[in-house]
Design a protein around this ligand. Structure first.
Ligand code: FES
Length: 205
């Protein structure tokens, strides 16, 4: 309990006070690395999140409150709290690209991002590209039969959207290169490229 009080600074005597007041601590301070000192400073200032906390995520144009721990990934927050299940938990290291979402317009893996990092950023999931009038990319996927089991498809759709936003006149070779962070075990690559090329040519509007 006392240790906890010291951690929380409730006792009025915190780690920084100790470091300041002790001659021995002066030596310790000299030996501490810059990141260690920065961490101690942040902890004392209560800027470090140790337990659950509520943050606001801006997802698909709306603000949503989610309860997260420091380890909670963006994928966990959007799937299990916001019930947006398009992005798939296929690879915790993000290697499959199935959890691709847009963060401030850039394609990123939601399974390798912490939810805390995304507070204050604009997140868009594949759900934002659907609806009654779907975006040209998912429409082109349908036209070109660019999915089989569908596990990789949401990630591919978002990745294609992000790539074509940045390169609207991309060549086939550029699209192939731009999508190399996404994997399809069913082997739908040819159809995915075909769908992307259809969008480049102005199709599926
Ligand atoms: S459609 Fe099955 S993994 Fe791509």
């Amino acid at each position: 309990m006392k240790d906890q009080e010291h951690q929380n600074g409730k006792s009025g005597f915190n780690r920084r006070d100790f470091l300041r007041g002790s001659g021995a601590a002066a030596a310790a301070t000299a030996l501490a690395t810059a990141p260690q000192l920065a961490f101690a400073q942040a902890a004392d200032d209560k800027k470090v999140v140790r337990d659950q906390t509520t943050i606001t995520l801006n997802v698909n144009g709306g603000d949503h409150k989610v309860i997260v721990e420091p380890r909670t990934t963006l994928l966990e927050a959007i799937r299990y709290q916001l019930k947006l299940t398009g992005a798939k938990p296929v690879s915790p290291d993000g290697v499959a690209g199935a959890a691709t979402v847009l963060v401030d317009g850039k394609a990123m893996n939601a399974d390798t991002l912490l939810a805390l990092e995304c507070a204050g950023k604009k997140v868009r999931t594949v759900e934002s590209l659907g609806g009654e009038k779907p975006d040209a990319v998912p429409a082109a996927f349908v036209h070109n039969d660019a999915q089989q089991c569908g596990f990789c498809t949401p990630g591919f759709v978002v990745a294609v959207r992000a790539f074509l936003n940045a390169h609207p006149q991309a060549t086939e070779a550029e699209i192939r290169h731009g999508l190399n962070g996404n994997i399809c075990r069913c082997g739908t690559y040819a159809n995915v490229i075909q769908a992307a090329m259809e969008v480049v040519k102005g199709g599926s509007k």
